[in-house]
Ligand binder design. Structure first.
Ligand SMILES: C[S@@+](CC[C@H](N)C(=O)[O-])C[C@H]1O[C@@H](n2cnc3c(N)ncnc32)[C@H](O)[C@@H]1O
Length: 209
């Protein structure tokens, strides 16, 4: 097992090499599912959004479509090459070049944090959720999603075991994490095998953020 910093370097170099693939337009079916993820998340035009592992920014067009202004969107990614592409596509959006586990906590809290197509890449999912929850407002939510779900990730984790460390969390994992590790409620669990969306709603008093 790699150390956290070795894992981060592996992710960086993998996505540096893969950026041309991610520059291509999404296949129509995946694009539709990606839009569906943002629709299900039921974001409000007034929400401040953090897109974790934003990549080339494939979710951003849908945040905009559902009324969120670019100034209220922040994309975070540890790959500079992926972010360069996202910045070109969305010059008015804020992008932060960081591992989500080291994301600077200063500034206005976010209302929704998305992890689309990247949660299986996290080194330690529980600590990532704990760190992310500290960046959220008292009504904050975390959306974990994959347009092709665990069926796709199973194949990817077999061919690229160092890239995808584990499958997306089961209902039992999430229930246990919410109860004892994260201080959140499981608002939605939707897993058909080839489409996955989970929403966690923070349980915190207002004065904690
Ligand atoms: C498969 S791409 C998905 C990109 C995009 N969310 C999408 O749906 O197409 C995964 C992205 O997550 C980023 N990533 C992986 N681990 C990360 C971490 N710990 N913090 C921030 N970004 C991370 C990678 O650099 C890569 O750009």
């Amino acid at each position: 097992m790699k150390s956290r910093s070795e894992h981060r370097e592996f992710q960086r170099s993998y996505f540096k090499r893969a950026v041309d693939f991610f520059r291509q337009p999404l296949p129509e079916d995946i694009d539709k599912r990606t839009r569906e993820i943002v629709r299900i998340a039921d974001i409000k035009a007034s929400d401040k959004i953090l897109d974790v592992g934003t990549g080339t920014g494939v979710l951003i067009q849908y945040f905009l479509e559902f009324g969120v202004p670019p100034q209220a969107i922040t994309g975070c990614d540890l790959s500079k090459e992926m972010l360069d592409e996202a910045k070109q596509r969305y010059p008015s959006v804020t992008f932060v070049h960081s591992d989500i586990d080291e994301f600077p906590a200063a500034g206005e809290p976010f209302d929704v944090a998305f992890f689309n197509g990247c949660f299986g890449n996290m080194y330690n999912p529980v600590s990532t959720l704990q760190n992310t929850s500290k960046l959220l407002s008292s009504r904050g939510r975390i959306v974990i999603s994959h347009p092709l779900g665990n069926n796709f990730l199973t194949g990817l984790s077999e061919s690229e075991p160092e890239l995808v460390l584990r499958l997306l969390p089961s209902l039992e994992d999430l229930q246990q994490w919410c109860q004892s590790e994260i201080g959140a409620e499981l608002e939605l669990f939707h897993d058909t095998g080839d489409f996955y969306v989970v929403i966690l709603a923070m349980k915190r008093s207002k004065n904690e953020h």
